[in-house]
Design a protein around this ligand. Structure first.
Ligand SMILES: NC(=O)c1ccc[n+]([C@@H]2O[C@H](COP(=O)([O-])OP(=O)(O)OC[C@H]3O[C@@H](n4cnc5c(N)ncnc54)[C@H](OP(=O)(O)O)[C@@H]3O)[C@@H](O)[C@H]2O)c1
Length: 298
């Protein structure tokens, strides 16, 4: 495994991060296996959000830490805040909305600490840009959490470059990441300035759904079958599986993308590691892009 800082003044994370979004779908024993398999393979960073599993995943993960307290020292925890939706667990919420008020950010981060059974988060992200977000309030919330030692670093998620720049301009410490969707199936961040802007800030992207959420890997649609055929041809050249090639395709970018993988299968966590050893040839990189766009670059 490779460990790298997200930013020169940011946290050091494993280059492959385990995402817990889908982890409520496995048993308690299955969850323990996912955590142990990740750690055994050097994946020490875990991506959470207050809302995952209808606000239940952080507690399921925290229960494992409660039973195995020594694990906490070996991992870095990321969480997110700011999305609210109707749920039996949130009876006061009657309309889906975003809430980036100071009060909610602080409450949500502290709640994540309780659920995860930890005394600090390594990184807290604003989950989605809120049309009503007030950067002064967000800065106050971040500063208060930082000074209390409850959150060590901060970032954004799904922000445009302009939204990222705006929030950054109100902070006296860096936003260390923008967690955005990037994959061969959603390559826009390579072209729309998202990755360039992060490089300008010396920050890095965390790529969510790096395998496109898996939906193309079953070849039940035109793009899926074109990509799978291509990946199967490249498999021999690189001695690699389709998933490994898709993750290696992200690693080829000089901005040092950190993929957040979402599998619920321990064997697929272990499989992902080899992608770190693969360097996709520049021409193959563009050929792979063409499988999805259907055309050569201009
Ligand atoms: N910031 C945000 O707004 C945001 C949004 C979405 C997600 N995220 C984060 O990103 C993480 C990853 O997202 P994701 O789960 O969509 O990532 P992903 O790794 O692209 O997709 C995972 C899905 O692909 C399936 N899959 C993996 N390998 C496969 C294969 N070889 N063939 C067929 N299916 C395969 C998995 O099924 P199995 O479980 O059966 O392997 C799982 O359903 C989440 O856990 C979360 O932490 C963040």
């Amino acid at each position: 495994m490779i460990y790298q800082p997200l930013h020169p003044n940011g946290p050091t994370f494993s280059r492959i991060i385990a995402g817990a979004w889908r982890w409520h779908t496995v048993s308690q024993q299955g969850l323990e296996r996912l955590i142990h398999t990740s750690l055994d393979n050097g994946i020490t960073t875990f991506d959470h959000a207050d809302i995952y599993g209808d606000h239940g995943n952080e507690k399921l993960f925290g229960d494992v830490l409660r039973m195995n307290p020594s694990l906490k020292k070996t991992m870095q925890l990321v969480s997110k805040c700011g999305i609210k939706f109707q749920s039996p667990h949130r009876p006061a919420t009657w309309a889906k909305h975003y809430d980036t008020s100071k009060e909610h950010i602080v409450w949500s981060a502290e709640n994540s600490l309780t659920q995860l059974n930890t005394d600090h988060l390594d990184l807290l992200l604003i989950h989605r840009p809120d049309p009503l977000m007030n950067p002064t309030e967000i800065a106050e919330a971040f500063s208060s959490l930082k000074h209390a030692g409850k959150v060590l670093h901060f970032g954004a998620s799904n922000f445009t470059p302009a939204q990222f720049d705006n929030l950054q301009s109100y902070l006296s410490f860096p936003l260390v990441t923008n967690q955005i969707e990037i994959s061969l199936f959603l390559p826009q961040p390579f072209f729309d300035g998202s990755l360039d802007n992060l490089m300008k800030h010396r920050a890095t992207a965390m790529a969510w759904s790096p395998l496109g959420g898996g939906k193309f890997l079953t070849a039940e649609n035109e793009i899926g079958s074109r990509v799978l055929n291509g990946l199967n041809l490249l498999a021999y050249k690189y001695q690699a599986t389709p998933s490994q090639l898709l993750i290696a395709w992200l690693f080829r970018h000089p901005s040092q993308i950190f993929p957040v993988i979402g599998t619920t299968k321990p064997e697929r966590i272990a499989e992902s590691i080899k992608s770190l050893d693969i360097t996709i040839d520049r021409q193959d990189w563009f050929e792979m892009l063409k499988w999805v766009t259907g055309v050569d670059v201009p």
